[in-house]
Design a protein around this ligand. Structure first.
Ligand SMILES: [Fe+2]
Length: 311
């Protein structure tokens, strides 16, 4: 049985991808996936290995752009199990595959995935005690080249830059900073829920950053950091802008899997409200240490084409 046919069957039974995924469970899903599509699993396992030291992987031919919503979400979830265990991204709706598209939410603090604006360099779920190790963006519909384009920069290159130009800032970035949890991800999914997590921006094998959630936390009464820490954020942003970055414009059917501990990512603004990605975040299956060997792939590296294996 192909993965796509199995996903369609599961949607017939459970109606939504979230229900199907919750009913099947991550361990069983992985076992079933290996049984249905061993060659695809093997290809993805090779892809995962190739991420060590690279920080990301582009997949082609996922078929999510040709599939009905629930099936596309399930395909995204099954592919993601080759990298880690998919997590529920928000506390209220508890979704596994989060639609990244323009939403008119009315929140005073919407998250990047709900707007069409530029998303500056950040770590996903930087407001969690333990941000997920990986995330995948599965593209159903894209805007034109240059709009909604992704950028990546690696922790190791940023640290190199800071070591050269601002070693004191690098030390300050290892002290705790406050991150305000965006409204949609709080327990009550409301602006009235104030949740703040404190964590270093740079720690062993992990970079955690998002300017606006730090600034939102610092605007709260009683939340403050030292002047040296504020200066360190400025130095960090300078280092990010000077470090080499990689650009990828996701086309329909493509996916990008990113090591969220080793890479910061950004997105240019877009204007097509039909742009749609499914995002899956994955926690690591086995605890392991991050390998950083440069952390940025050769930009000429070919995307991993999984089309043949999916059919
Ligand atoms: Fe993000």
């Amino acid at each position: 049985m192909t993965l796509i046919r199995r996903c369609a069957e599961l949607i017939d039974i459970h109606e939504t991808a979230d229900n199907a995924w919750a009913a099947t469970g991550p361990v069983h899903s992985r076992t079933e996936f290996i049984a249905w599509a061993p060659s695809l699993w093997h290809a993805l396992a090779q892809g995962r290995k190739s991420m060590n030291g690279r920080g990301f992987l582009v997949l082609k031919g996922t078929h999510v752009e040709q599939s009905e919503d629930g099936v596309a979400q399930l395909i995204s979830l099954f592919i993601s199990t080759a990298f880690g265990t998919p997590t529920r991204t928000d506390k209220k709706l508890q979704r596994f595959a989060w639609p990244v598209r323009y939403e008119s939410t009315g929140y005073r603090s919407p998250t990047f995935s709900q707007t069409m604006a530029e998303a500056a360099f950040h770590t996903d779920s930087q407001y969690l005690d333990e941000p997920e190790r990986y995330f995948g963006l599965f593209c159903v519909a894209s805007d034109v080249q240059g709009k909604g384009t992704n950028f990546l920069v690696s922790r190791s290159r940023i640290v190199e830059k800071l070591n050269e130009s601002h070693p004191a800032a690098l030390q300050a970035l290892k002290s705790p900073f406050p991150f305000r949890v965006p409204a949609v991800f709080t327990a009550g999914a409301s602006d009235e829920d104030v949740e703040v997590v404190w964590a270093p921006i740079i720690s062993e094998g992990l970079i955690r950053f998002r300017r606006d959630t730090i600034m939102a936390a610092l605007a709260l009464p009683g939340v403050a950091v030292g002047d040296n820490q504020l200066a360190a954020i400025h130095a960090l942003e300078q280092a990010i802008s000077e470090a080499p970055s990689l650009t990828h414009h996701l086309e329909p059917g493509e996916a990008i899997i990113v090591d969220n501990h080793l890479m910061l990512h950004a997105r240019s603004p877009f204007s097509d409200s039909k742009r749609l990605l499914y995002r899956v975040r994955m926690k690591e299956q086995n605890s392991g240490t991050n390998t950083e060997q440069g952390g940025l792939a050769d930009p000429g590296q070919k995307p991993w084409d999984i089309m043949e294996d999916l059919r």
